[in-house]
Design a protein around this ligand. Structure first.
Ligand SMILES: [Zn+2]
Length: 149
């Protein structure tokens, strides 16, 4: 599922990336720019803008400001499941890669280094990921949403 979030949907974009979906979240862009990008890259446009959503075939209008409600709104419109958590950088959407612990040891807090042996790193922005308590909480939250697709 390739997705394009308008600039009002930053949290939603991060969560969709966490779920493993290829999610573009450009800087504020004109409607024309969003329409062109969605078409050129074959992405489903998610937008809070009613008129824009009506103009773009297949676009999903997001009504809620609540993150979990937003995820439900997307799931009601398109098949949306948890593809592969920890496969995409939540910051820049690049595919993250396994990183040997010794290559990230200076980049993570001591406690994390002591408790974890598996790490991933974003080749684009350098952010380091691990399956810590934050990860567990996100998975729990997604499980509670009970997405069916
Ligand atoms: Zn990144």
């Amino acid at each position: 599922m390739r997705i394009l979030c308008d600039h009002m949907l930053g949290s939603l974009a991060r969560w969709l990336r966490f779920m493993g979906h290829d999610t573009a979240y450009p800087e504020a862009m004109s409607d024309r720019g969003l329409v062109d990008k969605a078409r050129a890259e074959g992405r489903i446009l998610l937008t809070r803008d009613k008129q824009l959503a009506a103009r773009v075939p297949g676009a999903v209008r997001i009504r809620s400001v609540d993150l979990e409600e937003q995820i439900r709104e997307v799931a009601a419109a398109i098949p949306l499941r948890v593809l592969d958590p920890l496969s995409r950088c939540s910051v820049c959407n690049a595919r993250i890669e396994p990183a040997p612990p010794e290559t990230v040891r200076d980049l993570v807090p001591d406690g994390v280094r002591a408790r974890h042996t598996e790490f991933w790193r974003c080749p684009t922005c350098g952010r380091v990921y691990w399956q810590g308590s934050h990860w567990d909480k996100m998975i729990e939250r997604l499980n509670r949403l009970d997405l069916r697709a």
